[in-house]
Structure formats: C-alpha cells, structure tokens
Design a protein around this ligand. Structure first.
Ligand SMILES: Cc1ncc(C[n+]2csc(CCOP(=O)(O)OP(=O)(O)O)c2C)c(N)n1
Ligand code: SF4
Ligand code: SF4
Length: 845
C-alpha cells in the first residue's frame, strides 16, 4: 500500500519556498519519514517540523530582482506598483510585485519585492537575493538588516539626510561591513531635500522611483523618465494640476542630486546598530517582541509563545520607531500651559506634568526645562511639556493647535517643529527624566477640563495609528479619565488594529501594574459583546456584594458599610473604595470557607467599572447597527464611543451611512447623494439615552465634559466623535482646523442630550455650537473627498454642496427646536446593578 503522509505549510501566512519543497521531498525519501509534518515553522514542542536547506534557490539568473524598504504612506508601494505597470507595458518583460506591510496603520515599514524577467514569473514567494536594494528611510539601517536581501555585487540605493561624502560615516558598522563584503555599489540621495524643494513636503516616492529607473537600466533613462511622468499624471491627475506639476519638478531635480558613495576598503564606523530593545525591557519583550521587531518573527520557535494565548500589554514603549523628521520643541517662556498640544497628540508623544520640585531627585539633564505652574490650584508647583522624540510621528498637529505665539515673531509658537536628528538625543534624555518624575495624584484632580485632565497618565500610548490620526486622541482621553477601571469592547476597524496590534500593544498599565481591559470580537457584534461584558461585571459585583453581606460577621460592620455604601461618584470615592477592597482582601485571608475564597476572587468588582463599546462609523451606523440599537434600548450602564471618520477607514475608505452628502468615497465615487444618517437623533428618540456629538479639534473642553457626563450617566450613553482621517484627503496637521470648520458650518453639531436634565425640569438637549458661522462650502473645499467631485463634475459639486448646506440648516433647526423642549418629568427607567436586575439582565437573549 502507498504510505500517505500529511504535512502543513504556509501556516499563519508564512512563506513556502522551493527550499521548503525540497525539504519535504528529502524528508519523504528518508527510510522513516515523519508521519505528519509542518514546514516553515520551528516547532520545538511537538518536533514535527522538518529541516531544510534555506540557501537552496531555483530562480533563474536573467530575472531582475529588486527590494525596496519604504515607510507606510510615503508612497513607496504606490510608486513600485507604477514601476511594475511601466515595465510590464513598455518592455517585453514580465513583471511581478509582492508588497509586505507590517501591522501599523501607516508610517511604518513596507517592503516591496519586484521581479522582471523574459518569461512568465512563477516564483510565488518573496525575494531573498536581490540585485537592487533600496532603503527609503535612513533610520531603517539601525533597525533592520536591510542588506540581508542584497546579492553579491548588488546596487544599493539609500535615501540619506547627509551630503554624499558624509553618508558613509553615518552608517552603522554592520552596514559598512556588509557593503564591503558583498562588494555593493552604493548610491545616495537626500530625497527629502529634493521633495521639499519641489514643494512635495516629505513625499519622496517620485524621487526614489526616478533613481530606481536611472540605476537599474530596465528602460533607457529618457524613456523611463517620460513614463514615470505619465504615470504621475495618471495617478495624481484627479488631485489637480499643481500636484502633478510638483511631482514632475521633483523628477526633474532628481538625477542631479543622486551620487555614488565611494566605498573605502575597511569599515570605519565605531557605532554599531543599537539593540532593538534596551536591556531593562521585560524578559518577554527581549526574547519575543524584539525578535518580531527586528523582522525575524518567523524564526521564533513555537515554545516562545504563551501556552494560553495571552499577550503582554504596555509593550509599544519598547518600540522606538523614530519616524519623525521633525519633532516639537517647547519654549516655556511663551507657553500659556493650556495642554491643548497634549490633548490632541494621537500618539501620547507630547505630555504635560505638574510636579513638586522638592520631591524630585535633582538629576535633571541640563537641557530639561520647566516653568512655574500658572493656576490657582497647585500653587508653587512646576510645569513641563515634554516630547517623546522617538515616538513622535512628526504629524505637526500639536504645533498647529498651540495657541501661544511670540508677540514679536508670531511664527514662533510655544512649541515649534525642529530637526529630529539634531534634537533627538537631548530630548530623549529629557523625556526619560520626565517619565521618572512622580505621576500626578489622581485623587487631587479637581477640574475636568483640558488643563486638568491632560496631566493624568495616558494608558494608551505610542500606537501604530496613522500620523495625525483623529481617532486615537479620544481613546487616549478615555484611558486618562477612567484609568484602569476602563473595560473596552472594540469593534473591528482601525481601532482594533492599532489597539490590539502585534508585535507591540499600546494599551498599558500604571505604576501599580493596572490598566484597561480590552478585547475585540467581531465587526458586527461589538455592541452585544460589550453589553455582555457589562452583564458579567454587574453579575460579579452583585455576587461580591451578596458575599460581603453574608460574611459581615467576619468582615466587621464598619468595613461592610464602607464597601456597600460608597457610591463612588468621583475619583476620591473610587480611591476610598480601592482602599476598602484592599482591607477586605487582608481580612479574607484569615476567613475560612469557600464563600471567603470566592469573594477574594471577585472582590475587585466592588470597584466601579467603566464599560466602553468602541468602534468606527462602519460598525455603529451600518454593520453593527442592529446590535447597537438593541443595546441602546436596554437600560444598562454602557458607554458607546463612535469614532466617526465617515468612511470605513480600515479597509480603504468605503462609504458608510455616516458619509456626508457630496463626499466621494468607494461605492460613492461621484459624490454621495444622500445625507448622513443622524444616529444621535435616533438615539435621542429613546429618551433614556445620554447622547453627545463632539469634535475635539473644534472644542476640546466640550469633549472632556461629554466624556465625563456620559460615564457618570447610569444608563446607556452614546458619544459620536468627529475623527479626521487621511481618507478625507488633506494634510492631517490641519485636522483640528477642519473640525472647527465642520462645526462652524453646521455640518457637525456639538451637543449633549442628558436625560437627567428632564428631572431638573430643563430641556434635555443643550446645543454647544451655533453652526451658522460659515458657509458649508468653506468646509467642503478643504478636503479632497469633496473637491474631487468638483474637479470631475463642477455642476454636480455645486448641487450637492447646496444640498449639504440645506441639510446642515435643517439639522441646526431641528436641534434648536428640540433644545427648547421641556419634557414631562417621569422616573428614569435606569436600573442599578443589583441582584434583581442582574437576574433580569441575564435573561435577555
Ligand atoms: C462582517 C465583516 N465585514 C467586513 C469586515 C472587514 N472590515 C474590517 S474593519 C472594516 C471597516 C471598519 O470601518 P469603521 O467601522 O468605519 O472603522 P474605521 O476603520 O473607520 O475606524 C471592515 C469592512 C469584517 N471584519 N467583518
Ligand atoms: S508632532 Fe504629532 S506625534 Fe509628534 S508630538 Fe506633536 S502631535 Fe504628537
Ligand atoms: S498647546 Fe502650546 S501653549 Fe498650550 S500647553 Fe502646549 S505648548 Fe503650551
């Protein structure tokens, strides 16, 4: 009988190469092959994986192989796709491209693998040995073994922020040695300088693409340049002539700035590549995370992974991406200490702290600056704004919202962007010192405004969201306000990707090792998922309260009263409750029996939890709407945060029911005809739901107020948060300005509907912005998603813009009317989390 042997390959999207195929055949030809095998993973637990000779290759010599390291959203992948098209269409070559992205939303690493050859290309795996390697970001030389892809004698193209005669000395020693050993030809260009001179900002794709064609010789130079320009016109034509003209200018300036780097016979650098993570990183981070960060995760053996599938949080702090070309530098003499910069930063990379000078250790770096704190509370304290230079993405948002200017030079603000290269080391020392300063004592928080809450420790930091992201500042705020009591059910979308990312996780813990709990189920079931979390929390809390009463004789009346009567309405109450729970734990250790053991397990539920259901508009308005509506129709204390980017951002910008009228999006390319659904108004129709519409960039204090009110409301709350997004098509540094325009034009209302006001005899709806200050067109014209429609069909644009104006006016009129309505007072049907309601809650199925 033939022997049948089963094997698995490509596990977790891993590579399956000719070397592995040969390994399989070699295994089969053994006298006693393994009865089952895996190939491509190192399985040191079941020992079923087979060995193979990784250096075995079958690729023919006449195939041109090129590998490009780029930064997500820097245009490298797009340019390479264009190159494939050009070569595929303009030469007799066959072309192939594979694009490998890491898990960051953008602003992270991409590797493009391009093959060109005279015969159809059937190599369905990535390139290992390339004749051309390009590194579009100099910092990558410190982080990745870029030249591992270079075949002997290959050409290496490097974007370097140095003149050609200085490039060599700035390379780490390992890179110099690899260049010499492999006899590489090295070419360098300061592509950012060229792009900026051409008016392209930091977009270097056209420059680097031109270099590739000039060096690779796959097409005659003149013809290649002509084709690159044609491709630019095709790609960017819709964005306007100016964009095309600037790209062309960048192409024309490129070759004069491309230089061959002379290679000495010996490596001269004393600097070696820095360790991926520092020695003080936790064991797991050093042994597992760092391997993934170095792009060698596929080499991790099975035994490296936790058996129960849990994954460490608080690891993004070990991933120093250093992707900013410029970072904000603080001028304490101008700062008015408003904390707006810290509030808006998508990456928690600029922070505020107030501290008592007498309590610090006195080892401040000479460059560390602080100022006297200007406020009635905390008199005599010091204040500091500090950037995390290695985590900042250089998005510029903080600088653009900073209101403080030097009167004699209004271009100089209290924070100003300056070269990362020049300031990194100094600011890194300052930031390390900043982190060592004591955290603000939460129990002392008296003011719930931006100035007050931005000194609280964020428990969501350095995420892989896009530079300038409009979603993440809301999540960061959430963790600052509600700290480790936060429990988040996250719908699939951008927020589940940057929130639950690998290799590092941005949700983190405080100095007690406590942080938010977070989980993602699906796109479509998040409201139900989070509702289930609430029911579970309530059931545990009710059981804990029952056991406290049952064991009252052992625990003591005073502590029992403290535990059961504390309403935990503010931070001081929460802190008192935590202390009481600590005392309870101490008592329980000496109380025998299963009831005490059970109470010890669940006692932490006696501290109030804050349950949040978080997701995008695609989830809340469309795919998860049924569940969301169901949860709103209950009476449980859940808080819903909709990060409204008005499209499905995570999957490339498909229209949702939140997409506004006139916007071009996928599935609505010529401009959406119908206005966005008014989810807030629908939720208000229930009467018992707290509803707020916020836009942090337009009114940040309003956002804080809405979050605090929503959380304190003991029933369902819904916050719809305007989140600017790269899908809207403008430079994200202006995100806050654009939010302001949205509010001032009536496109985006600011309001708070609080059913508690009904009981006070007041209208429940309060409008917090007028919405008739500027015409809607003034808002629309700043975003490509609307302008595209104007370019293609001006008449349609004007029609849709007029409709949009009418819709905005209608919305404002409805809200104004509602804001005058006093409702009959009735008892609020909100249930508390007692045992009866838990039993009833559990029967909702
Ligand atoms: C049922 C289902 N359909 C489609 C997807 C693919 N998908 C994942 S995230 C996403 C878009 C999320 O958009 P949105 O809720 O607006 O959040 P954003 O990414 O904009 O933050 C889609 C379509 C999915 N995961 N599940
Ligand atoms: S530039 Fe952007 S990422 Fe950097 S500190 Fe400012 S807001 Fe944060
Ligand atoms: S936004 Fe400007 S003025 Fe306000 S705290 Fe930041 S640096 Fe100071």
């Amino acid at each position: 009988l033939p022997r049948i042997i089963g094997g698995r390959y490509g596990l977790s999207s891993k590579e399956f190469t000719p070397a592995m195929v040969k390994g399989v055949f070699d295994e089969l030809s053994k006298d006693t092959p393994k009865p089952h095998f895996t190939v491509g993973i190192v399985d040191d637990v079941t020992h079923l994986s087979i060995d193979y000779d990784d250096s075995f290759q079958t690729e023919p010599d006449d195939v041109v192989r090129a590998v490009f390291f780029g930064l997500g959203a820097d245009g490298t992948v797009g340019a390479n796709k264009n190159s494939i098209k050009i070569i595929g269409e303009e030469t007799d070559n066959y072309a192939q491209g594979y694009f490998v992205y890491d898990s960051k939303k953008s602003g992270a690493r991409t590797i493009s693998h391009l093959r060109f050859g005279p015969r159809p290309i059937r190599s369905t795996y990535l390139i290992r040995q390339a004749g051309f390697v390009a590194c579009h970001q100099f910092v990558f030389l410190d982080r990745y073994d870029v030249l591992e892809y270079a075949a002997p004698g290959a050409t290496f193209l490097l974007n370097a922020p140095y003149p050609p005669d200085k490039v060599w000395e700035h390379m780490p020693r390992e890179v110099q040695e690899a260049i010499i050993e492999k006899k590489l030809k090295v070419f360098a260009i300061d592509a950012v300088a060229v792009a900026r001179e051409a008016g392209m900002g930091n977009r270097i794709n056209a420059v680097m693409q031109t270099c590739f064609f000039a060096l690779s010789g796959v097409l005659p130079r003149e013809q290649a340049i002509e084709k690159v320009k044609e491709a630019i016109k095709k790609t960017y034509g819709r964005k306007g002539e100016e964009v095309v003209r600037r790209n062309w200018a960048a192409v024309d300036m490129t070759l004069a700035n491309l230089h061959e780097v002379p290679i000495p016979a010996q490596a001269s650098a004393t600097r070696t590549r820095p360790p991926i993570v520092p020695d003080e990183a936790p064991d797991f981070v050093r042994k597992v995370t760092s391997v993934m960060l170095a792009d060698k995760g596929d080499l991790l053996p099975v035994s490296a992974f936790p058996v129960d599938g849990t994954w460490q949080t608080g690891t993004s702090k070990w991933e120093k991406r250093n992707i900013a070309l410029e970072i904000p530098i603080w001028d304490e003499s101008i700062c008015i200490q408003c904390n707006k910069c810290a509030m808006v930063c998508p990456h928690a990379a600029i922070r505020a702290k107030i501290f008592d000078e007498s309590s610090v250790n006195g080892h401040a770096p000479a460059s560390f600056r602080s100022a006297d704190y200007k406020a009635r509370d905390f008199k005599g304290m010091k204040y500091v704004i500090q950037v995390a230079p290695e985590d900042c993405t250089g998005c510029n948002l903080c600088v653009s919202v900073c209101p403080a200017k030097d009167k004699s030079n209004p271009r100089h603000k209290a924070i100003n962007m300056a070269s990362h290269l020049e300031h990194k080391d100094r600011e890194k020392a300052n930031y390390d010192y900043f982190l060592s300063l004591p955290e603000f004592d939460r129990s002392k928080l008296a003011r719930f405004d931006v100035k007050g809450v931005q000194v609280l420790l964020p428990l969501f930091e350095y995420s892989g969201a896009c530079a300038g992201c409009g979603e993440t500042p809301y999540i960061k705020l959430l963790t600052q306000l509600f700290g480790d009591r936060t429990i988040i059910a996250n719908a699939t979308g951008c927020s589940s990707i940057y929130g639950g990312n690998l290799p590092t996780t941005p949700y983190t813990v405080d100095r007690h090792g406590r942080g938010p709990a977070w989980a993602n189920s699906l796109f479509e079931d998040n409201a139900e998922f989070g509702y289930g979390m609430r029911l579970a929390v309530d059931a545990h809390a009710a059981e804990a309260r029952r056991l406290v009463t049952e064991l009252a004789g052992h625990i003591g009346d005073q502590l029992v009263r403290a535990l059961l009567e504390n309403q935990q309405v503010d931070e001081a109450g929460i802190i008192e409750q935590r202390a009481a729970v600590e005392q309870l734990h101490a008592k329980l250790r000496s109380i025998p029996g299963p009831a005490a053991a059970r109470l010890a397990d669940i006692a932490d539920y006696l501290v109030k939890k804050s349950v949040w259901l978080v997701g995008g508009d695609g989830w809340a308005f469309d795919i998860g709407y049924g569940g969301l509506d169901h949860v709103l129709a209950q009476q449980r204390d859940v808080n819903i945060l909709v990060l409204d980017t008005e499209v499905y951002s995570n999957t490339g910008g498909q229209a949702s029911k939140a997409t506004p009228i006139g916007a071009a999006a996928k599935f609505a390319v010529s401009g959406k005809e119908v206005d966005k659904k008014d989810l807030g108004l629908m939720a208000m129709s229930y009467g018992h739901v707290y509803v707020a519409s916020v836009a942090m960039g337009a009114n940040d204090n309003h956002t804080v107020k809405a979050f605090v009110e929503a959380e304190s409301y003991p029933g369902p709350s819904l916050i719809i948060a305007y989140s600017h997004c790269i899908a809207h098509g403008y430079d994200m540094r202006y995100g806050a300005d654009q939010q302001k325009r949205a509010v001032e034009s009536g496109i985006w209302p600011l309001y708070r509907y609080d059913p508690r006001r009904i009981e006070e005899g007041n209208p429940p709806l309060v409008i917090d912005a007028r919405g008739d200050k500027i015409p809607v067109k003034e808002y629309l014209r700043n975003e490509t998603r609307f302008r595209m429609v104007e370019r293609i069909d001006p008449e349609r644009f004007h029609r849709l813009a007029d409709l949009s104006q009418a819709c905005a006016e209608r919305r404002v009129a409805i809200y104004k009317h509602m804001a005058e309505l006093r409702m009959p007072v009735h008892e609020r049907p909100v249930e508390q989390a007692d045992e009866a309601s838990t039993a009833e809650g559990a029967s909702h199925d």
